[in-house]
Design a protein around this ligand. Structure first.
Ligand SMILES: CC(C)(COP(=O)(O)OP(=O)(O)OC[C@H]1O[C@@H](n2cnc3c(N)ncnc32)[C@H](O)[C@@H]1OP(=O)(O)O)[C@@H](O)C(=O)NCCC(=O)NCCS
Length: 198
């Protein structure tokens, strides 16, 4: 089997960062998740509708087993926890496995925004994508009006590769899509630079 055709191994979970634990979503997380995913402002730029008491159960149930990439279009969904509270969730989605592309995404409870938690969680997500899943490229797509999300990409060192004009009919209007990306080699180079400086 070549490197490109080998299935990625399941990543080691949970993931610990300085301030956060990233772990699989599980039954019992409904109230914490609903606290932010029920909000229209949180969902404004996401391809998702606000959840309610019923749909949050399906949301969690659909993601409890999303912990590995074993087939085309599989995804990993993780709760972002801080002091045992779920303050957000993040995901890595593979397209065609052979392409080794990892789409990454994030959402954070507004009560925890502005403290660098999303960037900290996303950095760990990229680490999982490159070091454990052996992906070749990590990328994110977002509405260019979503400045906070674009800033997360920039803080991670991702490059804006595209701004597609009116490529999507989104929530009742034509929307634009910005694409940000980074290659595994670029991530490793940044790591080497950081350790050389320290
Ligand atoms: C996108 C989203 C996750 C970004 O959250 P965020 O809190 O702005 O991002 P971070 O957690 O990385 O925090 C960054 C902010 O904290 C500040 N900060 C404080 N301490 C920090 C630290 N230790 N490290 C980094 N940033 C820090 C930064 O200066 C920055 O503030 P600024 O944007 O005013 O410059 C959030 O806006 C969100 O959930 N939005 C709704 C869902 C959504 O749209 N998801 C994306 C779909 S594409």
């Amino acid at each position: 089997m070549t490197e490109t055709s080998a299935l990625p191994r399941p990543p080691r979970l949970p993931r610990h960062t300085d301030r956060l634990v990233l772990r699989p979503l599980r039954h019992g997380d409904e109230a914490d998740v609903l606290a932010y995913r029920r909000r229209a402002d949180v969902c404004r730029y996401m391809p998702a509708s606000p959840l309610d008491d019923i749909s949050v159960r399906t949301f969690i149930a659909d993601r409890t087993g999303a912990t590995k990439i074993a087939a085309d279009n599989d995804f990993i969904a993780l709760a972002v926890t801080h002091h045992d509270h779920v303050i957000g969730d993040v995901m890595i989605r593979a397209g065609q496995l052979a392409d080794r592309q990892a789409e990454i995404g994030w959402v954070l409870n507004p009560g925890y925004q502005g403290r660098g938690f999303a960037t900290e969680a996303a950095r760990e997500l990229i680490e999982v994508a490159f070091s454990e899943l052996r992906m070749h490229r990590a990328w994110a797509q977002l509405d260019p009006r979503n400045v906070a999300s674009a800033r997360v990409c920039e803080r991670l060192g991702m490059r804006q590769e595209a701004h597609l004009r009116h490529d999507i009919w989104f929530k009742g209007e034509w929307g634009d899509t910005a694409i940000y990306a980074m290659l595994a080699d670029e991530w490793r180079d940044r790591g080497q630079l950081r350790s050389r400086r320290s």
